[in-house]
Design a protein around this ligand. Structure first.
Ligand code: NAP
Length: 264
């Protein structure tokens, strides 16, 4: 299939619900075919897939446990088989389980590093391989950066506290990988980080506490899902950005918090 004959397609991991869903819908609205990745939320994934298809004409959903290397390696080929092409990946899926320096252990570290660091790197590698093969048969109008990977990071990397120890380490490693991949995969693939502040609540926060914490920033508001999705869209569209991270957090990274928001 000619790469110019089908709309651009993007794989969004963890797109069944929450921020991943918001990003998937924003991109579908922008005309992207969206491959909705999920693990334990198949019903939500079907809904996101249907909503994206309504907006963009077509969509698909794809299961993978991102801690399983063989499942991660199969994901991009599966998407390309079904969607015809792949132009971008948004790594939004993330394992977020609490540990501290006192409770840290290899099992928890391994789970976080596989899902939050290793999987995004393998997916970027697979996109690069696909685009290199595509470039070998490229049409004259396909030049320069063909693809882009957006990695969802976290303002807490610039404002560290000792909670969620393994999660934070895995995201710090992903931030380093962001720079290394931008160099290694250029000029075919751009790699951009997007780091939200407190955006969505969790089971550890009451609604009242979330509302109060969301206001705790120099701008008096942290990020909204729409802010984060708009930044991902900007990172996908802007052809000059690579190897850097855009913080979307109302300036929360400029403040000092002794504990994670959920434990303040
Ligand atoms: N929410 C915030 O306020 C906030 C703040 C700062 C940074 N971020 C970053 O923004 C991104 C999205 O945040 P979020 O709150 O929407 O994330 P989330 O709800 O914590 O997780 C998103 C999805 O990740 C998937 N996932 C987790 N472990 C997986 C695994 N081993 N294999 C496959 N899928 C896995 C789950 O999909 P299934 O449900 O299908 O299993 C889950 O629904 C994350 O990278 C997060 O670090 C979010």
């Amino acid at each position: 299939m000619s790469p110019t004959s089908t709309p651009r397609s993007v794989l969004v991991t963890g797109a069944a619900k929450r921020l991943g869903r918001e990003i998937a819908l924003a991109l579908a609205k922008d005309g992207w075919q969206v491959a909705v990745h999920y693990r334990s939320s198949p019903e939500d994934a079907i809904k996101t897939e249907a909503d994206c298809a309504r907006l963009a004409g077509s969509s698909g959903s794809f299961y993978a446990d991102l801690t399983d290397e063989s499942q991660v390696r199969q994901l991009v080929p599966q998407v390309i088989r079904q969607m015809g092409r792949l132009d971008a990946i948004v790594n939004s899926a993330s394992t977020f389980e609490h540990d501290t320096a006192e409770t840290f252990g290899f099992a928890n570290m391994d789970k976080h590093f596989r899902a939050n660091t290793g999987a995004p790197i393998l997916l970027a590698q697979a996109l690069h391989t696909h685009l290199a093969a595509r470039q070998a048969t490229a049409h004259a109008d396909e030049h320069g950066p063909l693809g882009v990977v957006v990695n969802l990071l976290d303002q807490k990397l610039w404002n560290q506290n000792p909670d969620f120890f393994s999660y934070t380490l895995s995201k710090a490693a992903l931030e380093a990988a962001n720079t290394m991949l931008a160099l290694a995969l250029s000029p075919l693939v751009r790699v951009v980080g997007v780091a939200p502040g407190l955006t969505l609540t969790s089971h550890m926060l009451t609604d009242e506490k979330f509302t109060a914490l969301h206001k705790l920033s120099p701008l008096g508001r942290s990020s909204t899902p729409a802010d984060v999705a708009a930044t991902v869209k900007f990172a996908l569209d802007n052809q000059s950005i690579t190897g850097t991270t855009i913080l979307v957090d109302g300036g929360q990274h400029l403040m000092k918090f002794e504990r994670d928001f959920s434990l303040l």
